[in-house]
Design a protein around this ligand. Structure first.
Ligand code: NAD
Ligand code: TYD
Length: 354
């Protein structure tokens, strides 16, 4: 079996669903259920004996010692993190606690477990750390995309905390020989994405008749990957990745934020036209920029294609259509995540942008 941390979040829950759709190997999910963790994401697995869920913190070493000893996973896939840049600007402490201190405690528990395992189990064991392209910093237009050897230049408290966790993972391999793999992926989008991030926020706000807040000039560029493609890449790295290596994962799909918002509006105009016949584009509102806003991210994903034969299956056009359709079909999921805490965050983040 494998242990998946952060399994109730956006990518973690997609990963668990994707994993069990492809094989019968059991999964134990560990998640603290912060505002971003949602057990409803895993509701379709109710009664499935291959899935066990445990509520807990990756920083709780006693709990981890117990789970590892009891379930003896052959791999740990670490998704657990605080993940939203704007929240890291308002309050970095949780990012330091979970992404740095939490990853440290997780690594310590895994190291102790791995040291005690038999030589055959120890050789087959993997710790896969899921990270982000944001650790590499910001590119100027025309700069080559991030390769695995690009220097780390994180600019936000979020990316700095992820960079620190990547360094710890690397050090546990070099110092203790722990069999680690690290993946650095670009921006994901798709079903079950919490509506604080760009794409789901735009869909949800558009349908609610609210403004579509574009930071600054909207010309910041991100590379976008459909979440199920990220999941297939992680499965492939776990299966065939070389221990100690880093793999960049991306969609070969750089787009400016404003173009993303226009695409979402065009799809909604087609699939759920506004009653007044106008375009959702009329709801776009330019607001104050994010402090320290990275201008451009781009991923050079040739290594994972060359060495492991992985390529994304979705184009942006197919992936974004599926995503918008998923939100239209899952309005109850959207209503359920828009709790009081969600409303408070939206109030705090957007009120001061004017
Ligand atoms: P998310 O915020 O949707 O989910 C994170 C999950 O981790 C939540 O379920 C939360 O409850 C859980 N969690 C938080 N602190 C925890 C703790 N201390 N112990 C246990 N669980 C805890 O994030 P996501 O978008 O699913 O991202 C998952 C991982 O992928 C993160 O490590 C993130 O840095 C990385 N990543 C995300 C993207 C993206 O575009 N979303 C891109 C590249 C990499
Ligand atoms: P986000 O989804 O928060 O991901 P990240 O900051 O990790 O890339 O934001 C994606 C881009 O969209 C980023 O450049 C910030 C911008 N953005 C907006 O313009 N408006 C918004 O309301 C949000 C949430 C993001």
């Amino acid at each position: 079996m494998i242990l998946v941390t952060g399994s109730a979040g956006f990518i973690g829950s997609n990963f668990v669903l994707d994993w069990l759709a492809h094989q019968d190997e059991a999964v134990i999910g560990l998640d603290k259920l912060t505002y971003a963790g949602n057990l409803e994401n895993l509701a379709s697995l109710k009664g499935d004996a291959r899935h066990t869920f445990v509520r807990g913190d990756i920083g709780d070493k006693e709990l981890l010692d117990r789970l590892l000893a009891e379930h003896r996973p052959r791999a740990v896939v670490n998704f657990a993190a605080e993940s939203h840049v704007d929240r890291s600007i308002h309050g970095p402490e949780d990012f330091i606690q979970t992404n740095i201190v939490g990853t440290f405690h997780l690594l310590e528990a895994v190291r102790a477990y791995w040291c005690k395992s038999s030589s055959a189990e120890g050789a087959a064991f993997r710790f896969l750390h899921v990270s982000t392209d944001e650790v590499y910093g910001s590119l100027a237009k025309g700069d080559p995309a991030f390769s695995e050897t690009h220097r780390y230049e994180p600019n936000s408290p979020y990316s700095a905390s992820k960079a620190a966790s990547d360094h710890l993972v690397r050090a546990y391999h070099h110092t203790y020989g722990l069999p680690v793999l690290t993946t650095n992926c670009s921006n994901n989008y798709g079903p079950l994405h919490f509506p604080e991030k760009l794409i789901p926020l735009m869909i949800v706000n558009a349908l609610a008749g609210k403004p579509l807040p574009v930071y600054g000039d909207g010309q910041q560029i991100r590379d976008w990957l459909y979440v199920r493609d990220h999941c297939s890449a992680i499965r492939r790295v776990l299966e065939a990745g070389k221990v100690g290596e880093v793999y960049n994962i991306g969609g070969w799909n750089e787009k400016a934020n404003l173009d993303i918002v226009h695409t979402v509006c065009a799809l909604l105009d087609e699939l759920r036209p506004r009653q007044d016949g106008k375009s959702y584009r009329d709801q776009i509102a330019f607001v104050a920029d994010r402090p320290g806003h990275d201008r451009r991210y781009a991923i050079d994903a040739r290594k994972i294609e060359r060495e492991l034969g992985w390529k994304p299956a979705e184009t942006f056009e197919t992936g974004i259509r599926k995503t918008v359709q998923w939100y239209l079909d899952n309005q109850e999921w959207v209503r359920n995540v828009q709790s009081g805490a969600y409303r408070q965050w939206v109030e705090k983040n957007y009120a001061e942008r004017g």
